[in-house]
Design a protein around this ligand. Sequence first.
Ligand SMILES: [Zn+2]
Length: 215
Amino acid sequence: MATNNLESIANASEWSANLDVEMPIRERDIPGFEKWINWNSYNPNLDRDGEMIHNGYDFAAYYNSQGECVLGLPAETVVRAIADGVASISTCAHPEEQVRDFYRTMILKHNDAGLASGYAHIIPLVEEGQIVKKGDPILKLYKSPGSEWGRIVHLHFYLGKIPFDGLPNVNDLIECVDPCSVFGQFSCLDANPQNAQIFEVPQLQTTRRVIAHFR
Ligand SMILES: [Zn+2]
């Protein structure tokens, strides 16, 4: 059942702000959480290889009740299905890539039109092909033992489409859209520069920045 006059995802053919979805991470699941910090946003420009620079949004940093900007989420943070769907899980082939890159990923296929949500740097809590309901816990965040970079526990989250029937792999998602355009209730503070270990948040006057949850 759709709530608040929002459209059920079952029959939708495009991502939009009218869909009945919930955020992949509930704010109350993070102790002291006040507001998301947009640390590494969607960037549809293409890199030298013709790939989108950043096909999703990183849930990586937040402002807390102590007035701190925290980079890195608690590793035990539970991530939930944004809508009903079927799970498809993939694992990077090479151990080196697992540390450096996506580790494991999950895609939820939400309907016959191929709308799908993607989740990377994760530990699945569901099985391949499992049917999940909106709000079900589907994964935990992955805490890398590798590089300092990899230790910033975060969720790379993306919304797109899969162009065929059946269960997709992480590379199969196309036409990725900005998640911020779909979650209407989603506002956040901006990190400047983006995707950096040392950043400022211009909207905040005085804060301490803390890199946490990476050991
Ligand atoms: Zn990302």
